[in-house]
Every structure is written in C-alpha cells, then in structure tokens.
Design a protein around this ligand. Sequence first.
Ligand code: NAD
Length: 277
Amino acid sequence: MITLKGAEVSAKIKEQVQAELEGWRGPVPKLAIIRVGEKADDISYERGAIKKMESFGLQACSYVYPENISHEEFKKEFQKINQSLDVAGILLLCPLPRQVREKEIKEMIDPAKDLDGISPVNIAKVFAGDDSGFAPCTAEAVVEILKNNNVPIEGKRVAIVGRSMLVGKPLSMLMLKENATVTVCHTRTRNLEEVCQEAEILVAAAGRAKLLDQRFVAPGAVVVDVGIHVGSDGKLCGDVDFGQIQEKASMATPVPGGVGAVTTAVLAKHLLKAAKQ
Ligand code: NAD
C-alpha cells in the first residue's frame, strides 16, 4: 500500500503559491485567525496555520477573545476585523461558545475574506459548482490529495462517511464537480460496511476514532482519512485503523501526516486568492 503523505502535497501547493506570489505587487496577504476561548485543539490548529502561512511567505495574526465574551461585544470586534483593509482573509475557529450566535456571525463574514467557506454565499457557490468562492479547506484538501497523487476521480464510486457542513456535505459537491458517483453516509446509514466496500475512493470524516477497519475497505480502494483523535495511548489517530487496512487499500493517508498538512496549505492558497480578488 502506498502512503499518501500530506507534506508532499503541501510542498506542491507551496510551489504554486510562491510562484504566484512572485508576480504579486501588493502588501503581503494577511490572515486573521479569530479564536474565542482557550480550547487546546483550536490553539494547536492556530499554531499550525501561522507556521504554514509564514513558511509560504504569507502573514498570519491571531485575535483572541475570552470564552465569556458577550454576543454583542464579539460581533463588534468581529466586524472591525471583517472590515479592516489590512486583513485579506479570515479563519474563524468554530464552534463558538453558546452565548455567541454563530449563525449570525457566519452570515456577517465578508464572503471575499471567508477562506474556510462558512458564509451562506460560499456554501451556495460550492453547491453550484462555482469556483469563484471558497470551499471549506478540509474538503478541498481531500480533492487536492487525490489530484496531486494522480488518482482519477471521474466516474469513480466515492463513499464519504460523515455529512457535516465543514467536510462531508461540501466534499460531496466537490466530488460531484469532478464527475464522481457519490454516496454520503452518516449515523443512520444502514449496512455502512457494505456501502463502504462498494467504494473505489473511501473518505472517512465521521469523527470516530478507528471506526473503519479492513472490513470496510474494498481491495485496491484509495482511502482518505480526515479524522483526528488523541488515542487512549496519547498518540494521534484517525477514523481509519491505518494498521489494519494496509493489505486491502492501494493507497491511504496517514494520521498524523495526511489531510491536516494539506488543509493549512489550502488555507494559504485561499489567502492569496482572497488578496488577489
Ligand atoms: P462532525 O462531528 O461535525 O460530523 C461527523 C459526521 O459523521 C456526522 O455527519 C455524523 O452523521 C457522521 N458520523 C458520526 N459517527 C458515525 C458513524 N458511526 N457512522 C457513520 N457516520 C457517522 O465532524 P467534522 O467536523 O466533519 O469532522 C470529522 C473529523 O474530521 C473529526 O475527527 C475532526 O477532528 C476531523 N477534522 C479534521 C480536519 C483536518 O484538517 N484534518 C479538519 C476538520 C475536521
């Protein structure tokens, strides 16, 4: 089985971004990462994103607010960043605390700065197959991994396990745009094992550690694992039992070292696109 390494795909995206940056005459594009509270996952994603932007020759800056900030106060702060001429793109770390009405904030975000595709405008564009907007970075990262490894998507049977607005649903649209035949699975899917076994490309985005083992994988299938979990042994693992599928899959992404590295590379690509627009 071939391991599809995220770092290799990220390096290719970096080359494209840097080549485009050479012809760029404006100020270095700046990403605003907005975090409310001190969740460890958010902080670790934020650190990774800042490092990645800097290594691509872009800028990133964190805006951090206390967990108990009121809705009105957060909205005011958010709008300042949203309207700032200095900021080319925004990454809002979600979910927000309960008192902040997330839907309202997502509706406020300037679609031209919405790098992770959370505004209704960008969601509509993804569903319309219009690439002038922004798809969620993780969903786009899955397609980048397949394309950069020359995995044909057109006409393939793709199963996506998970139907979230951040990964499963937008990814199903991106895969349709690539002319795949897509099945989206979720907690109410019957015979998940059989449905997954039909797939030539299997994407795991259920948020359940090691949910999919070799029984779910067709011989020769390509497996992309979006899940990230800290296992009982303290090590990171995905939604796929990577050790168990080696004999079945033809290619698979590892966790760590797979989709995560490509997600932040896509974020960098989106930042430059936003600055250019
Ligand atoms: P989510 O919890 O919002 O959605 C999970 C989806 O999976 C739901 O639609 C649910 O119906 C489905 N699901 C859950 N259990 C299932 C089961 N047993 N069988 C079938 N379907 C099931 O999660 P999300 O935000 O889409 O994230 C999914 C995973 O991806 C998480 O582990 C998250 O940490 C990870 N993630 C990784 C990146 C990255 O860059 N690699 C980015 C975002 C999220």
